[in-house]
Design a protein. Structure first.
Lengths: 163, 508
């Protein structure tokens, strides 16, 4: 079984890195505030929980922000043939999914604030089963439009109710 | 009441807009208050208590009035319209909602009648579509006159089946195909009822209710129970436990048997080539018609207990009929395995031997993974126990016996799970089986698969196996072939659905 041919653009890594960082910033700020409070306010400061939690949080955050986006980028691939759409996604757990275009029900483009800022879009191709939706994340806008046009056209050509 | 034949033209749509909305049967004014009262029983009890302590029974009266008013409001605000293009249901007291289903999207029609409905000559008609409807989004007409329902059911489903019989053979109308009986429950099969968990569930629920309501205290302090308790305890702890277990088993078996007879005792499955009909129920009745063209396979379930008793149950895998809903796709309740096998064969003539077909095993890696996964929790418990002992705290001797017992049980479970694990692919057909406590074999029409997924967790990648997932619009939505060698996963998909791997399958 061949892999899908297309890789994502390098901005995908930026997107995932920023998204992960935004998740971790409040947690790290919380830890700093905790430390400051212990140092200034507390009479008999109890440092043990913080000294255990902080290093764990730092390591997990570092992996999530620095390693996972690159790992994901290395895995993620996609390709649309004349008759099917094929993706490889995931990082720790990975999956490959093929959906024939004549089974496609809807094609959506999604753009969150981060994706808009980076000029990216996520294309979701749904089928009649929730376990059969094909998602291509972090495509650059131009490619996303092309994919949507192509899949929509192929889906419109097919007959039946796609079940 | 009669239903206009289905059309889709603009003119038909206009006529539909002009159609009046109808109300549900007036007799529901009697049913709604009763069901509402039953549903609000806790509130009523509280209001009664409040009323009697404060000496003011106005509270109970107010609650009762509100309940009845709500029931009437529900009846007044619910109306429906069965037009040539859509069937529509308008509901909502405060928040209005119109649910509209195109006639061509109707996949199943379900008719149910609870005792109160039957007493009043009513029936609840539910229209099923391909969508997984959330709560409050089901098209349910609760309720209609039971006499008009059978005709309505036929007319509603008429659109779902490919029509135009008169265009075949130059205008001659084809004779209706003969009605075949696929299955009928033999009341003797009630012997399989105790091997399900229904009885235990009822006993558990009853015990919970007693405990919560405080009635348990009253029961426990009654003279009879007290006397029995004393006598049983005087026999010693192990005898007392044994007696309790036997008592629970006897009671739950009896409940399961009675329920089986009342719900399934008269179950009948028929097939006229276009529709599949399942009817059952002695007190509450249920009649479901499915569009046969939507049948995508069958699922044969053999949970551990039922399997030990030589039984099985059969469900249909059907587009637009969610398998997650309770009993919505039931074909046969717990029944002898031979009956399930033969019914499955008549249900799916193109896969007649699929129920008993020997499957392709998944190999030593899959077996090792079953063992690892079953033994890991046991290993954790054992490690914790050893740690406890090493730290110098006393460990009672039975703990070691329990850990040993757990390990043996885990190994037995793992090997049993591996024994079931298997698949078989033929063009147009995928058969997969797995599980031990809840073993099921699914026979799936691979033409109904809308997407194929090969999933590998980190550990599966290291082990070189993968899980193949066939996504379909039918049944549970996804059927899995667990832990097949990774190089075989796509080959299975390609065999079952030639062309599934598209341009990526061969060497490019």
């Amino acid at each position: 079984m061949a892999d899908p041919a297309e890789k994502l653009g390098p901005r995908a890594v930026t997107l995932w890195t920023v998204a992960a960082a935004l998740l971790w910033v409040p947690i790290l700020i919380g830890l700093v505030v905790w430390a400051v409070l212990l140092a200034t306010v507390a009479d008999r400061p109890l440092w043990t929980p913080l000294l255990i939690l902080a290093p764990i949080a730092l390591v997990v955050a570092a992996v999530h922000v620095l390693v996972v986006p690159r790992w994901r980028y290395a895995v993620h691939r996609w390709e649309v043939s004349d008759t099917a759409v094929y993706t490889r996604t995931g990082w720790f757990d990975q999956e490959r999914r093929i959906a024939p275009l004549n089974r496609v029900q809807t094609v959506d483009t999604e753009r969150g604030p981060l994706e808009r800022a980076l000029g990216l879009a996520t294309v979701t191709v749904t089928t009649a089963s929730s376990a059969g939706a094909v998602r291509i994340a972090a495509l650059d806008l131009e490619t996303a439009d092309r994919v949507v046009a192509r899949v929509t056209e192929a889906a419109a050509r097919s007959r039946g109710d796609a079940t | 009441m009669s239903l206009p034949p289905p059309e889709t033209s603009a003119a038909a749509e206009e006529r539909e807009e002009a159609m009046p909305w109808s109300r549900l049967d007036r007799r529901m004014l009697l049913v709604h208050p009763v069901t509402e009262v039953v549903r609000l029983l806790p509130v009523l009890v509280v209001s009664l208590v409040v009323g009697s302590t404060s000496g003011n029974h106005l509270w109970s009266a107010i609650v009762l009035v509100v309940v009845v008013a709500a029931a009437i409001a529900r009846w007044v605000t619910t109306s429906y319209r069965l037009g040539p293009v859509h069937v529509q249901l308008r509901t909502g007291v405060l928040q209005k909602k119109v649910l509209s289903i195109p006639r061509g999207r109707i996949r199943s029609v379900d008719v149910q009648a609870k005792p109160l409905h039957r007493l009043l000559g009513l029936a609840v008609l539910t229209v099923g579509t391909g969508q997984h409807a959330g709560k409050g989004e089901t098209f349910e007409l609760n309720a209609l006159d039971a006499r008009v329902v059978p005709a309505l059911r036929e007319e509603l489903l008429a659109t779902a089946v490919a029509p135009l019989p008169d265009s075949v053979d130059g205008g001659a109308v084809l004779p209706a195909p003969p009605v075949r009986e696929l299955a009928r429950v033999d009341p003797a099969w009630v012997r399989y009822a105790p091997f399900t968990l229904t009885g235990l569930a009822v006993v558990g629920a009853a015990a919970g209710l007693l405990g919560q309501s405080g009635a348990a205290g009253a029961v426990a302090s009654s003279a009879v129970v007290d006397d029995t308790y004393r006598r049983v305890v005087s026999l010693g702890v192990s005898a007392a436990v044994a007696i309790a277990v036997v008592a629970v088993l006897v009671v739950s078996s009896a409940i399961a048997a009675v329920r089986y007879l009342l719900v399934y005792g008269n179950l009948r499955v028929t097939d006229d080539g276009e529709r599949l009909r399942v009817e059952h129920g002695v007190i509450s009745t249920r009649h479901t018609s499915y569009d046969r063209a939507r049948l995508r396979g069958a699922s044969i379930r053999r949970p551990l207990l039922l399997r030990l008793a030589g039984g099985a149950r059969l469900d249909a895998v059907m587009t637009g009929v969610s398998a997650s809903e309770h009993e919505s796709s039931l074909i046969l309740p717990p029944a002898p395995r031979s009956a399930v096998t033969s019914t499955a064969a008549t249900l799916l003539p193109e896969a007649a031997d699929a129920a008993t077909l020997p499957l392709v095993a998944h190999g030593p890696i899959a077996r090792r993974r079953r063992l690892t996964r079953a033994l890991l929790p046991v290993a954790a418990i054992a490690a914790a126990t050893v740690g406890w002992a090493v730290s110098g705290r006393p460990v009672p001797g039975w703990t070691w016996i329990a850990v040993g017992f757990l390990a043996v049980a885990a190994i037995a479970l793992a090997l049993d799970r591996y024994a079931a694990l298997g698949h078989r692919a033929h063009p147009g057909l995928l058969v997969t089986e797995h599980g031990s406590l809840d073993r099921r074999r699914v026979v799936l029409d691979a033409r109904g698969v809308v997407a194929w997924t090969v999933r590998q967790t980190f550990f599966q990648r290291r082990a070189g196996v993968a899980t193949l997932v066939a996504a379909t619009a039918a049944g549970t939505g996804a059927y899995r072939v667990l832990d097949v060698p990774v190089d075989r996963a796509w080959a299975i998909a390609e065999t079952a659905a030639p062309g599934a791997t598209d341009v990526w399958g061969g060497d490019r």
